[in-house]
Design a protein around this ligand. Structure first.
Ligand code: GLC
Length: 477
């Protein structure tokens, strides 16, 4: 099948969050199954064109109804793993050093329009256009309005970001007509991009089964639950996989000692290297908790910060936190790190080598998310033998089962309520489990042997694509 992915980020070209990992790895997994999946994304100024050469210019497109400076052209590059990537090149993207932040609404409106313009002119024609997150959500709407030949799938990676706008943007952008054009029986869409993907794609998916259920409720629906309930019979969850080549402790060039489930004892060298890197006492017995995360509300930073005083007073555990995000958390975390220098190390940074060493060196990996569409950190942690400590929410429910007391079953430590107390009680349970060296070793081996690669999920997308094409055939009759 021929599928065009439309997305705002794709690793390794541009990576801000988990979306980039999915767009960088799912097409490869689908192509391995014999399909032809390609990607179209904006050409940001920060794309390293020395590393990813842009091979050809397909064409210049004169865009109407946009105040964009300069023409829009389409260039082609290839990701590692031979996935073709089309880049929409316009001044609005190439002139900015940031991926997100400035004029996002205007820029992604332009991107959606450009995709629509260039789609019929590509030398290769997809059967399915698969759009990801709010940045691309106007594409299914416009394709539907044009009764185009393409089938559409829309995937929600994070419902919290919707591309919301106001009345002024509605009239300035020319989107007003689309919002007035209400169809009988269709719920009135709110002023944002996301809702349009939900309403008009042939099929809507999200990145875990549990999140697909959760977002139907007012609590997790972020104001779009009514639209999701309206599309409920065409909504499903497919859990994300992990790129097992990229994340592999047996070949990872960033870590101090390579290992696998059979040689898990070698892992200890990574723990010592991590303790050294972050300035802790190098001690194999001290439990070490790791966190690699976007530092924002979603990821549970509030309860982590609330827990510090009792965690560090009550236990001798060490903790390393790496990530970037909201200024407020940067400050609070840095303050805490100077208060507990022997036990807490904080790195406000995107740092791949350190991230890999944390996965390979920490004993427990903490993910106390407030909500979590899928989550990648817990999957990487398990691949590297770090035992996840997670909240029972979203994709964490689908990937982490609570360990029994004797550690003989399960693959992590799970707590329910979003509060520091519940999290602390579960960290303490993990610290107790850690004392049982033999059983802990077996847990490490067990979680490393689990398979969270893309294979199974890519097959699910494959049957979903078949279904979407059959729907089209059926409609034609
Ligand atoms: C978003 C979600 C995360 C998910 C990722 C990829 O970043 O917050 O849970 O894993 O998208 O789908």
């Amino acid at each position: 099948m021929k599928v065009l992915f439309v997305a705002a980020e794709a690793a390794p070209l541009v990576k801000i969050g988990g979306l980039a990992d999915v767009i960088g790895s799912l097409p490869k997994a689908l192509n391995d199954l014999g399909h032809d999946v390609r990607v179209v994304m904006p050409r940001y100024g920060i794309i390293d064109t020395a590393r990813f050469p842009i091979s050809s210019v397909i064409g210049l497109v004169k865009m109407q109804a946009t105040k964009s400076k300069g023409p829009v052209s389409l260039k082609v590059t290839e990701l590692i793993g031979k996935v073709k990537v089309y880049l929409v090149d316009s001044y609005d993207f190439s002139s900015s050093a940031e991926v997100y932040g400035k004029d996002d609404l205007k820029r992604f409106l332009l991107f959606c329009r450009a995709v629509l313009e260039v789609l019929p002119r590509l030398d290769w024609q997809p059967e399915i256009v698969h759009c990801h997150d709010w940045h691309t959500a106007l594409v299914p709407m416009w394709l539907k309005r044009k009764s185009s030949q393409y089938s559409t799938v829309f995937t929600i990676h994070n419902l919290a970001y919707q591309g919301a706008f106001d009345n002024k943007f509605l009239s300035d952008s020319g989107l007003g007509r689309d919002w007035q054009l209400c169809l009988a029986g269709v719920p009135k869409p709110p002023f944002n991009f996301m809702g349009q993907g939900i309403l008009w794609a042939d099929i809507v998916t999200t990145v875990s089964k549990t999140y697909a259920r959760e977002i139907l409720t007012v609590e997790y629906g972020v104001g779009l639950d009514h639209l999701l309930r309206y599309r409920q019979d065409k909504l499903l969850g497919i859990v994300n996989g992990l790129d097992y080549d990229e994340f592999n402790p047996a070949s990872d060039a960033f870590i101090a000692a390579k290992y696998d489930a059979l040689a898990v004892d070698r892992r200890i060298a990574n723990k010592l290297a991590l303790q050294k890197w972050v300035g802790f006492a190098e001690d194999t017995e001290t439990p070490l908790i790791g966190m690699v995360s976007r530092l924002d509300e979603q990821k549970g930073l509030d309860i982590v910060i609330d827990s510090f005083s009792s965690l560090f007073k009550k236990t001798g555990a060490q903790m390393v936190i790496l990530g970037r995000g909201r200024e407020q958390y940067h400050n609070l975390l840095k303050q805490a790190a100077s208060k507990y220098p022997k036990q807490l190390a904080v790195f406000i940074d995107f740092n791949d080598p350190l991230a890999h060493l944390i996965y390979a060196g920490c004993d427990m990996f903490l993910m106390p998310s407030r909500f979590e569409p899928c989550g990648l950190g817990q999957l990487i942690a398990m691949r590297y033998g770090a035992v996840p400590v997670v909240r029972h929410v979203g994709g964490l429910v689908d990937t982490v089962q609570d360990l029994t007391q004797d550690l003989s079953e399960g693959n992590g430590f799970v707590f329910q309520d979003y509060d520091a107390k519940a999290m602390l009680a579960t960290i303490e349970r993990a610290l107790n489990g850690y004392k049982n060296k033999k059983a802990w070793r077996r847990v490490m081996q067990r979680i490393m042997a689990l398979d969270f690669s893309w294979q199974a999920s890519a097959k699910k997308y494959e049957s979903l694509y078949r279904e979407v094409l059959e729907m089209k055939e059926h409609d034609k009759k």
